[in-house]
Design a protein. Sequence first.
Length: 338
Amino acid sequence: APAAARTDDPAHATPARLPPGRSARPRLSCVVPCWNEARNLALLLPQLDEALQHCGCDWELILVDDGSTDGTAALLAEAALRPGLRVLQLARNFGKEAALTAGLGAACGEVVLTMDADLQHPPALIAEMLALWRRGADMVYAARSGRADEGLLKRLGAAVFYRLMNAASGVTLPAGAGDFRLMDRVVVDALLALPERRRFMKGLYAWVGYDAVALPYAPPPRAHGRSRFGLWRLLRLSIDGLTAFSTWPLRAAGLFGGVLALIGFGYGGFVALQALLYGHPVPGWTTVIVSLLFLLGVQLVSIGILGEYVGRIFDEVKARPLYVVKRAWGRGLPSRES
Ligand code: UDP
Ligand code: MG
């Protein structure tokens, strides 16, 4: 396989001296969310077995059954009898982000890998991802080289979404990155420390930071079945992503309201002055229009102020940590207990 061949490449080879916190033989947890993937799992499990046997790690495989209604549950129940395999069955379909979070929560390894069950994430790349981790990367994400396999609408939607997200959210989503990732334990712990309920994983990976390295790959097509993320579901996911990582729509609405209010006040003042100087042919018109413009302006500005507070409440409610410490060196005063 080309992926295996690249591991022998000096650029990807394990250095003789490993950086701190890296070991030649880490414990690896591999997390796979599955929703109605019986036919794909039958293909994937042997391939994963093969890849994990050769990765030079002690490993566990955590399969999260996200409320499957086909033969997945039965297949997993049988697979779980084998050593190294754990199955987590969710009570219904909670969605991929929830299934991933459940799997990350259950993982025990120093290194955690997440991948799809549909063979779009080739297990042969795992060795290469591990090599990059051993060389010091905190997170290795497989980056798809293109979207030529996707329809025009999906590609267009993705382009718009990534542009909006990167411009407005304060985090940068790397192009082509998906849920095929290898993470150091520190990254997993940082992710699990985020208590928010609407979890947009791609955004969270970027939010926690750390040294992320891309590993380019060409995703093969889905082995069996169709993608669960149709246009409608992708649209909902992008709205989740945009709203979880920005409050600019609120601010834009407030700003727009403020501008309209200013125009209203200006015109109201002009009409009032005109009536005082020259009078107005329709009695009462000036009073009505000026009070209307004034009250509408006050309302718009008040809604803008509310928007600002709602944005702050939203940030507080998400209760994300203020920062994530990557590493700490040195010592200060001796601790009081000792
Ligand atoms: N998946 C899941 N729950 C869902 C939808 C999807 O666990 O509600 C899993 C699915 O079984 C697969 C992975 O998420 O392992 C990716 O799904 P899919 O291939 O449909 O997405 P795409 O490759 O189009 O992004
Ligand atoms: Mg897929």
